[in-house]
Design a protein around this ligand. Structure first.
Ligand code: ZN
Ligand code: ZN
Length: 178
């Protein structure tokens, strides 16, 4: 049976995972459970950038894959990067089991604005669907309202919906039921 598991990476708020789980079940139609385990990501901190290398976290996440787990999504409050970019909102193994998303640059506080928990949760859901979409083999979508659209600013994230467009949905359908 297909299963999405959510793994806290660092001090992820339980409410983030608690809100994501039913929303991801609604989007992908599979069970979603929150792991009690937690991954300490300190090994992936690169002091020269004061950021966490997401590719290294994804590699470490393999050890948390359960036999019945189909996709494993890490949730972290930490600032992620890959060497060719100044930051990433998340990273996924294309057509692979693991993905991670960060709330660090999705928070209104990051821009000096008052906290908005509902907006943070909404942005997090869009980015979670985006990264899980990559694990299902989806690449970036030209439809700016589709969560699979590439976005490098929160303004672009805010234009996206939470539901895959018809084309992306058709491509990913059945992936969870192979
Ligand atoms: Zn992407
Ligand atoms: Zn799409």
């Amino acid at each position: 049976m297909s299963l999405i598991q959510l793994l806290p990476v660092g001090d992820a708020e339980p409410s983030w995972l608690g809100t994501l789980a039913p929303a991801l079940t609604a989007e992908f139609g599979v069970r979603c459970e929150i792991l009690t385990a937690k991954l300490d990501p300190r090994f992936s901190l690169h002091p020269e950038r004061q950021q966490y290398l997401s590719t290294e976290i994804l590699a470490r996440m393999q050890a948390y894959l359960a036999p019945n787990s189909y996709r494993l999504l890490g949730i972290t409050p930490l600032d992620l990067y890959i060497p060719i970019l100044t930051f990433v909102y998340g990273e996924a193994q294309l057509d692979g089991p693991c993905a991670i998303v960060s709330t660090y640059r999705l928070r209104q506080e990051f821009f000096g604005l008052p906290p908005d928990e509902d907006l943070l949760q909404l942005r997090l859901l869009k980015e979670a669907v985006h990264e899980l979409g990559h694990t299902l083999g989806l690449t970036h979508c030209q439809n700016y309202e589709c969560p699979m659209a590439a976005s490098h600013t929160v303004e672009l994230i805010d234009l996206k919906g939470t539901k895959l467009c018809a084309g992306c949905r058709a491509q990913s359908l059945g992936k969870f039921h192979q």
